[in-house]
Design a protein around this ligand. Structure first.
Ligand code: HEC
Ligand code: HEC
Length: 311
């Protein structure tokens, strides 16, 4: 049989074509129409009209030439950026904006990492926030209003349903508003799991800062504060995008909290609605547990205490 087939060129060509066709159908078309091959996370929300308009701007500006939106399941990436990306997070994305080059960091989980005010300042003057940044300035976007007609044509092309009211409301928003709305939802379909910090089993109020009053630690703390915290809390700790850390107010309520609570919020970050000793957070702050060591965190607390004139 094999000899016969090999010696008949036309039959051989037809058989080969048929085998390749079956292979193509099985490997391409079957997955295309198999629902389980198109996962969608239950927690994934459709884009609001404003977020979708922001996504268009992200494409227009080619932000994906410098930023990826895909965290690989590698330990180093998960430590730096957060939980690795899931296929089901991208079900609403047409086209995907994963990118392939990281001149800047991956921003797949940047949603709710920073307050809006941080983004405004960062887009207007990246160097004011991160001194060594090479990101271009995008502050001019604040001067351009969105064009609802343009947004609508993009929505229609992608088959996304929005009401006339949703679209009309875009007219009062700027391109910068839209881009920030898009940034703030990135990666939020996957719930953030705070980095586990070994618990000492001691009640927060009884935790003692091992670096309290230590002169070397305070010097280290002041360097860390200038590098990681001053962008939001001000050079002198008196506030800016974030609140003052040198007053007697914690989460907007008068009365200071113990060192253990400082350590906790610096480790885990802050998200609106978060509770700390019964006080509710309204703001957003990044977590630092995977960025700086526990000794360094205690050193920043010792530095903040020295600014407050306390030990
Ligand atoms: C030339 C490359 C480049 C381009 C283009 C660029 N960025 Fe960046 N971006 C960077 C670099 C480098 C950083 C890290 C330093 C910093 O935070 O400014 C960064 C940081 C960021 C961050 C903060 C990430 C974090 O986790 O701290 C966001 C958000 C961001 N960029 C969004 C954008 C958006 C949106 C655009 C398009 C409008 C854009 N970038 C265009 C290079 C770029
Ligand atoms: C991107 C901005 C941002 C950065 C960076 C940041 N914070 Fe915050 N931080 C905030 C915001 C916003 C709050 C207020 C949360 C609230 O009250 O709802 C806050 C609250 C706090 C609080 C609670 C005290 C209070 O008065 O409410 C402490 C302590 C704190 N930050 C310390 C730090 C330290 C230390 C660093 C650096 C390692 C840091 N923060 C970096 C934004 C930031």
């Amino acid at each position: 049989m094999a000899k016969n087939l090999a010696s008949r060129p036309i039959l051989f060509a037809v058989t080969a074509a048929a085998v390749i066709l079956v292979g193509t159908i099985v490997t391409m078309f079957v997955p295309m129409f198999t629902v389980s091959m198109h996962p969608r996370l239950d927690s994934l929300k459709p884009y609001t009209a404003l977020q979708l308009a922001g996504r268009d701007i992200y494409q227009r500006e080619g932000c994906n030439n410098c930023h990826t939106q895909e965290i690989r399941p590698l330990k180093t990436e998960v430590m730096r950026y957060g939980e690795y990306s899931k296929a089901g997070e991208f079900a609403n994305d047409r086209p995907f904006l994963w990118g392939s080059k990281r001149t800047g960091p991956d921003i797949a989980r940047v949603g709710s990492k920073y307050p809006d005010a941080w983004h405004i300042q960062h887009f207007k003057d990246p160097r004011a926030v991160v001194a060594i940044s090479i990101m271009p300035v995008y502050g001019w976007m604040a001067d351009y209003k969105l064009d609802p007609a343009r947004a609508e044509s993009h929505m229609k092309a992608n088959g996304f349903p929005y009401t006339a009211d949703d679209i009309a409301q875009l007219a009062s928003k700027t391109e910068l508003d839209a881009l920030i709305a898009y940034m703030q939802q990135l990666g939020t379909a996957v719930k953030k799991v705070p980095v586990a910090v070994a618990s000492s089993g001691i009640a927060v109020k009884d935790i003692v800062n091992p670096k309290a009053g230590d002169a070397a630690a305070i010097t280290l703390g002041s360097k860390l504060f200038a590098d990681k915290c001053a962008m939001c809390h001000g050079e002198d700790g008196k506030g800016g995008i974030g609140p003052s850390v040198v007053d007697d107010v914690f989460f907007s309520i008068p009365g200071d909290l113990p060192d253990g609570d400082y350590q906790e919020v610096i480790n885990n970050g802050i998200h609106p609605g978060q509770l700390e000793e019964g006080r509710v957070a309204t703001g957003t702050m990044p977590d630092f547990a995977s960025e700086i060591s526990q000794d360094e965190i205690w050193s920043t607390v010792a530095y903040i205490r020295s600014l407050q004139g306390k030990k």
